[in-house]
Design a protein around this ligand. Structure first.
Ligand SMILES: Cc1cc2nc3c(=O)[nH]c(=O)nc-3n(C[C@H](O)[C@H](O)[C@H](O)COP(=O)(O)OP(=O)(O)OC[C@H]3O[C@@H](n4cnc5c(N)ncnc54)[C@H](O)[C@@H]3O)c2cc1C
Length: 453
């Protein structure tokens, strides 16, 4: 079989984007997806979750020529809108100017746009075909027709597992000797809820922000949709005081929301129905290695590195994987062993870093954003960035608005946190910042960055 024929497993978000890039480089791509075609079958409730797209994801969509078209289905979010328990609002911009925004997009809309583009590019997409096994020595795949239950064999020379955090391809790799694998679940679950549009057809809250109700140990967030609804996600411990375990009746859910998120509760007429109709999801960090088996199989996206959602980077990171892999193919052609080895070598250090940053950011989102000292540090960060644009770039900006490798964002972020602590500890107004001290700390501890927006 020709090594220009590639089999992809999983037509979620990474599968179709990668497939488009491969077809454009002259490869023949078969893409197998276990679910029905979502353009024909409505997605199950509670699994549609909005995503925040940012620079890395947009860069990859741009490379595929898809971003301009997609602008129609995103809502820009310029900052976080914090809702206090007494319903006071505080807005904190994400970036230094109007260009530094993130984009809310419905997962279903993004998936549909990618599937349409993949088919238009010439990718063969087969739905309701679940990969139930792969022989990693011969490349023989077992695919089950989810409608009829019939299994058939398919031969592949190169298979790429884009099949998400419960990857079947990874499960096969785990049978090989010396395969490293770790998974770490959070003690928190998440639940999707909705704030409907107003009778006038407008958004019920500011549509240019990601809304957060930070409550210390848990939080609610809401992302705007183009149809004027908000997709909300409640992040709550599975067990303990305020937890999913204590919310068992309509009355308990309504009471909990009225006391903890009073302004949101008012905007959710079907709150309890939604709550019990939608599943409670779990969140996991998965790290594994190696990601490839010689020149025959590779893992990409969540299959290789699932992360928790608190930096809004899962798909941005996955799309960056696609860009990197395609770059390496441009450089080495179909020399798969070399391409896969270099891909893993360059990406894993960075996906490990964003995995750690994402866990860290959970505490920031659910707790620290409500702290006035934290908001003050953010102001100082922006002031330092304005004066030293290539030296001091806030951690959030390095991750979200630049394509600085995540591993560098992690290490520089730690150094910058120390600098901020030194500069902010004894002051409470930006005007009191000791600029001489700032200059000496920044110049002695940080080197200039190559900024790639
Ligand atoms: C609550 C939540 C919020 C999130 N928010 C953000 C965000 O704001 N920004 C962001 O960038 N990321 C976010 N993410 C992460 C993002 O959703 C994932 O990183 C992304 O979906 C991974 O894409 P993927 O294509 O690798 O996997 P998936 O999207 O999971 O797609 C995998 C596909 O493979 C198919 N499949 C699985 N097994 C098989 C099999 N055996 N045979 C055939 N097909 C199979 C599945 O049906 C699925 O279609 C969030 C995740 C969650 C859970």
């Amino acid at each position: 079989m020709s090594s220009r024929k590639i089999t992809l497993i999983g037509a979620g978000l990474n599968g179709p984007l990668l497939a488009i890039g491969l077809v454009r480089r002259g490869f023949q791509v078969d893409l197998f997806e276990r679910r029905p075609d979502m353009r024909q079958v409505r997605m199950s409730a509670g699994r549609s979750i909005n995503l925040a797209l940012s620079t890395r994801g947009i860069h990859a969509l741009n490379e595929a020529g898809l971003w301009d078209e997609m602008r129609r289905i995103v809502v820009p979010m310029a900052g976080r809108m914090m809702h206090s328990i007494s319903s006071e609002l505080t807005f904190q911009p994400y970036g230094k100017d109007a260009a530094e925004v993130i984009h809310s997009i419905s997962r279903a809309d993004l998936n549909i746009a990618l599937l349409d583009a993949a088919e238009a590019a010439g990718v063969h997409v087969y739905f309701q075909r679940r990969c139930v096994g792969v022989d990693l020595k011969t490349g023989s795949l077992r695919l089950r027709d989810e409608e009829t239950g019939v299994e058939r064999e398919a031969q592949s020379t190169v298979v790429i597992g884009c099949d998400g955090s419960a990857s079947a391809i990874r499960t096969e790799m785990m049978r090989l000797s010396r395969f490293n694998f770790s998974q770490q679940y959070l003690d928190y679950g998440y639940k999707e809820l909705t704030i409907p549009a107003m009778p006038s057809g407008a958004h019920a809250m500011d549509s240019n922000a990601l809304h957060i109700w930070p409550r210390g140990n848990y939080m609610l967030i809401a992302l705007p949709n183009i149809d004027a609804t908000f997709a909300c996600i409640l992040f709550l411990p599975f067990d303990g005081g305020d937890s999913f375990a204590t919310l068992n009746t309509h009355a308990e859910v309504e009471k909990f929301f009225r006391s903890r998120f009073p302004d949101a509760a008012q905007l959710m007429p079907s709150l309890a129905e939604n709550f019990f109709a939608n599943p409670t999801g779990s969140m996991v960090t998965i790290k594994c290695a190696p990601w490839h088996v010689e020149n025959r199989a590779l893992l990409l996206g969540d299959a290789a590195h699932a992360i928790v959602p608190f930096f809004g980077q899962g798909i941005n990171c996955g799309f960056e994987d696609c860009s990197r892999l395609l770059d390496l193919i441009d450089r080495h052609g179909a020399e798969w062993q070399q391409v896969f080895a270099e891909f893993e070598q360059s990406r894993k250090v960075n996906t490990d870093a964003i995995a750690d940053l994402a866990v860290e950011n959970f505490v920031e989102m659910r707790d620290r954003v409500a702290d006035p000292r934290f908001l003050f540090r953010k102001k100082i960060e922006l002031a330092l960035e304005a004066k030293y644009p290539r030296l001091f770039v806030p951690k959030y900006a390095m991750v979200t608005f630049h394509r600085i490798p995540y591993s560098i964002a992690l290490t520089r972020g730690t150094t910058q946190d120390q600098i901020l602590t030194e500069l902010c500890d004894s002051i409470s107004r930006v005007e009191d910042l000791d600029w001489d001290r700032a200059e000496s700390l920044i110049r002695s501890k940080l080197t200039p960055l190559e900024l790639t927006a």
